[in-house]
Ligand binder design. Structure first.
Ligand SMILES: [Zn+2]
Length: 117
């Protein structure tokens, strides 16, 4: 994903409208690209910051808030991929269990002379 593509995703990101794949590429890019991180900070300040300042006039920690948002996005991604891996592992284990059951059954048939090998 290049800077122009990331720029287009900044607003959807703030609104939590990105898909998991977009989020993955987006986070990966902003982590390494200062320009896009700056872009994100500015949009975030304008979008979220002003809205919050409207609600109350206490000092509001925008950068800290964005940091937390980025962290929770990263966490969400990690959880998603962990779930994918778990699903895959369970799938693999079930197939293996099935295979073992078939082999055991074949062995029983073999021992009882049901099969000729
Ligand atoms: Zn960039």
């Amino acid at each position: 994903m290049n800077c122009r593509e990331v720029e287009k995703l900044v607003v959807p990101y703030i609104k939590d409208e990105l898909t998991i794949d977009e989020l993955d590429d987006f986070l990966e890019h902003v982590e390494d690209c200062d320009n896009c991180m700056e872009e994100l900070e500015i949009h975030y300040m304008v979008d979220v910051g002003l809205r919050k300042l409207d609600q109350d006039d206490t000092v509001y920690d925008i950068v800290g808030d964005l940091q937390r948002k980025l962290e929770s996005s990263a966490f969400r991604l990690q959880r998603f991929f962990t779930m994918q891996i778990t699903k895959y592992a369970i799938g693999t284990l079930s197939s293996m269990a099935l295979l073992v059951m078939i082999l055991l059954q074949l062995r029983i048939w073999h021992q009882t002379g049901f099969l000729f090998f």
